[in-house]
Design a protein around this ligand. Structure first.
Ligand SMILES: *Cc1c(COP(=O)(O)O)cnc(C)c1O
Length: 373
């Protein structure tokens, strides 16, 4: 067998046709029909009124925070276990991140710890739907409502994931997505903001394009950004969006393929799925409990010998050298034991929709042999 990657995109005839059409049309920058079609299609898919395409998921987060007026003196609650982009976007506004522990059965920000983390300076909660599983949005929206906070969903890893039948990215005040090459759908590099707030949507469009007046060309009234997506990227994105239901269904099949082989292995935990929620299994992962004699590093190394790629879980934000000065808050104390546990023991396995059933079974069997031997 040849090298098995963690996540390769599915790029087919439709992608090639749309991108070729976009190139041939000459609309290669950020004006063009694919931008509008991709934004409209994405908004419809989520059931929201507005979708605004941008250059990547990180600037989507930054633009949302900037547009909401978040900056120095404000505290923003983020999960301790996330990709660092969530935190970098907060820091780029001048605001202060607070690292909050995660829940063992969602791997996402813990609402109980969120309550403990609140101060008079708290302005925003950023739930990250980690590895494709929704955060507990019901509890988080309730806290936000009671304390007059903004909920910004970082849905970069969870296009199509659901909470009680509603898609993530449609639940908070504003939400962000990434279309990096390994995400649920890709534009190469790319991002999207979604909201039901018409005024906020207008402000996001204005700020992503150098703050140019919609009425008067080259008239700019404030410092702003070039965070635009290109028509070429949107052509790729539209082709991908038209197949998203197939991708998500395939992800679940792949997860079930792993679960068939691994669900009864002692000490091994697979991605959770809480009742009432639907994961999109962005990265299918195992967490090696204390019963496992094999370490996560040894498992990764042994898989590598068999040409099977894997990824360790993210490192807790509070352990990154440039982020050690920020407050950390858990359910019971000022510590993040769940985040540390998952981070030290979690390993993501090949999860891309390009994998066939035989490959999934092959990888799962290898993991089982290595863990139980
Ligand atoms: C991928 C990702 C981002 C950033 O997206 P980019 O498009 O790579 O900038 C942000 N947050 C999370 C949780 C991600 O996984």
């Amino acid at each position: 067998m040849t090298f098995i990657p963690v996540a390769a995109p599915v790029i087919g005839a439709r992608e090639l046709a749309y991108v070729t059409d976009a190139v041939r049309s000459g609309w290669v920058s950020s004006i063009g029909p694919y931008i509008e079609r991709f934004e409209k299609g994405f908004a419809e898919y989520l059931g929201v009124s507005h979708a605004i395409a941008v250059s990547n998921g990180t600037v989507a987060l930054h633009l949302a925070l900037h547009a909401l007026g978040i900056g120095a003196g404000d505290e923003v609650l983020v999960p301790d276990l996330t990709f660092v982009a969530t935190v970098h976007a907060v820091l780029q506004t001048g605001a202060t991140p607070v690292f909050v522990d995660v829940e063992p059965d969602t791997w996402c920000i813990d609402p109980v710890a969120v309550e403990r983390a609140l101060t008079p300076r708290t302005r925003v909660i950023i739930p990250v739907h980690l590895y494709g599983h929704p955060a507990d949005m019901t509890a988080l929206l309730n806290i936000a409502e009671r304390h007059n906070l903004i909920v910004l969903e970082d849905a970069a890893e969870a296009h199509g994931a659901e909470v009680h039948g509603r898609r993530v990215g449609s639940l908070g005040r504003v939400s962000t997505f990434s279309f990096y090459g390994n995400k649920i759908i890709t534009t190469g590099e790319g991002g999207m903001l979604t909201t039901n707030d018409a005024m906020l949507a207008e402000r996001l469009r204005f700020l992503k394009d150098h703050g140019m007046s919609p009425e008067r060309r080259y008239y700019h009234s404030e410092l702003a950004f070039n965070y635009r997506m290109t028509n070429l990227q949107a052509a790729l994105g539209l082709a991908q969006l038209e197949q998203i239901d197939d991708f998500i269904a395939r992800k679940r099949e792949i997860f079930n393929g792993y679960a068939d082989v691994l669900k009864d292995v002692p000490g091994l935990q697979l991605n959770p799925e809480r009742a009432g929620m639907k994961s999109v299994y962005w990265l299918i992962s195992v967490v090696l409990g204390p019963e496992c004699t094999l370490s996560r590093q040894d498992l990764a190394q042994a898989l590598r010998v068999h040409e099977i790629d894997s990824r360790p879980f993210f490192i807790p934000m509070h352990q990154l050298p440039h982020l050690t000065q920020y407050r950390i808050v858990g359910r019971e104390s000022d510590a993040c034991p769940q985040s540390e546990y998952l981070s030290a023991r979690g390993l993501s396995l090949p999860s891309g929709c390009t994998l066939d059933d035989a490959t999934v079974t092959h990888v799962a069997e290898k993991v089982r042999q290595l863990i139980t031997k």
